[in-house]
Design a protein around this ligand. Structure first.
Ligand code: GLU
Length: 425
């Protein structure tokens, strides 16, 4: 039992954090995880909150709030993304950090789990304001990050440019180049080939596996993808390349639909020019809710958490859901869908491709030996396929959901390591 827990009340007022912990607790009890170990995993190891001013282009100073939650480092240095989004708050970052611990454990990586965030709408900042904000946040975090401590990476609202600024700021203060402090960098400054597409590509490797396991094939399967950012766009493209009929994609402006399948390379070219999917000519405009309720073989929510919830769960018609985003299906909606026989591949498995290639990048930065793109792809596929098979087998054997099976596998590995380190009682 925990004695004093200053964060508990605060974090638990976040439904996302509370349901993430509930899931750990339920699965932990199901597979008999040592109770002290479960107690440790129910709380983040360290929470860092910072407030810092940034001088905007008009000369005015604005104060921003940022977080880094370092959940667990039993398996290796803390690792996880950094998010810039207006609705970032501590409970969300803590939930995402907890999921990173589970993801890295499940994927068998030598990494712990963390997540960061700044409450800001990056679309309202100019490029120079974004750079200043990133550099200032990095300085605030500098004592807590490092290639052997905690390694941030891109997440919602951040990208390879953000990581280049972070690496540069950290290195300037350090006195020497420290490329391994963040991953998801451009290849010119120590990034890995294939990192940009990695999460989306991993999502598609998993789509392929789950469709095969359920007696279908990705070739000509109908697919709807919510989100057209780093994850959704690459997932759409890779699925299209494997012959899937991607009938709908969406961004913040809404969704586009074409029952015969969208020409994804053309959609990408259109989006590049117009910075939005809005008014794409070869499709019908629908809204995000309509996209989520399409009658498709496979639905991949690749944007934010909580988009499939008790308000719309009865409208969901997809047979299979692959979670490209972190936490897109709420806990109660998940139970309803499972009951209805919908197969859901959980986030910690489905979107693990990003952190797998981040791991490859980190290794390459440490040894200064860089890999060819097909080597990255082959190694990524091997890990994703093997991990899917392990989770699928567990779910078949125990007649339980893929989410429970994934979480069980993650917890069992953590339990072994934490016991060896003397944390069990
Ligand atoms: N933000 C990504 C995730 O949620 C990637 C994390 C990383 O590469 O460290 O998995």
């Amino acid at each position: 039992m925990s004695q004093v827990d200053p964060h508990h009340h605060h974090l638990n007022s976040s439904p996302f954090f509370a349901s993430t912990i509930q899931q750990i607790e339920d699965t932990g009890k199901l597979v008999n995880i040592n109770s002290s170990i479960l107690e440790i995993l129910k709380q983040p190891r360290r929470i860092i909150t910072v407030s810092f001013p940034v001088k905007m282009d008009n000369g005015e100073s604005l104060v921003f709030t940022g977080y880094r939650v370092q959940h667990n480092q039993c398996l290796g240095p803390f690792k996880g993304g950094l998010r810039f989004h207006p609705s970032v708050y501590m409970g969300e970052v803590a939930a995402l950090a907890t999921l990173m611990t589970m993801k890295n454990s499940l994927l068998n990586l030598p990494l712990g789990g963390a997540k960061g965030g700044v409450a800001v709408d990056p679309n309202l900042l100019t490029e120079s304001e974004k750079e200043k904000l990133t550099r200032r946040f990095t300085r605030e975090m500098a004592p807590f990050i490092g290639h052997d401590k905690d390694i941030p990476a891109p997440d919602v609202g951040t990208d390879s440019q953000t990581m280049a600024w972070m690496m540069d700021t950290y290195s300037l203060d350090y006195g020497f180049s420290q490329t391994g402090v963040v991953t998801g960098k451009p290849v010119e400054v120590g990034g890995s080939k294939g990192r940009d597409a990695a999460t989306g590509l991993g999502v598609v490797f998993i789509m392929d596996k789950v469709l095969e396991a359920t007696g279908r094939s990705i070739n000509s399967a109908s697919v709807a993808i919510q989100g057209f950012g780093k994850v959704g766009m690459h997932a759409a493209l890779e699925a299209y390349k494997l012959g899937a009929k991607v009938i709908a994609v969406s961004d913040v402006s809404g969704a586009i639909f074409n029952g015969d399948g969208l020409n994804i390379p053309e959609v990408i070219a259109y989006n590049k020019v117009n910075k939005s999917l809005k008014s794409y000519p070869e499709a019908e405009a629908i809204n995000n809710e309509e996209l989520l309720s399409l009658d498709v073989d496979l639905l991949a929510p690749c944007a934010l958490e909580g988009v499939i919830n008790m308000d719309n769960v009865n409208d969901i018609k997809a047979k299979v859901i692959v979670e490209g985003a972190n936490g897109p299906v709420t806990h109660d909606a998940d139970l309803v869908l499972h009951e209805r026989g919908v197969i859901i591949v959980p986030d910690i498995l489905a979107n693990g491709g990003g952190v797998v290639v981040s791991y490859f990048e980190w290794v390459q930065d440490i040894v200064w030996l860089f890999w060819a793109e097909d080597e990255v792809r082959t190694k990524l596929k091997a890990i994703m396929d093997q991990c899917f098979d392990k989770v699928w087998e567990t779910s078949q054997k125990n007649n339980q959901s893929l989410r429970t099976s994934a979480m069980a596998n993650a917890l069992l590995r953590l339990e072994k390591a934490m016991t060896l380190r003397g944390q069990a009682s």
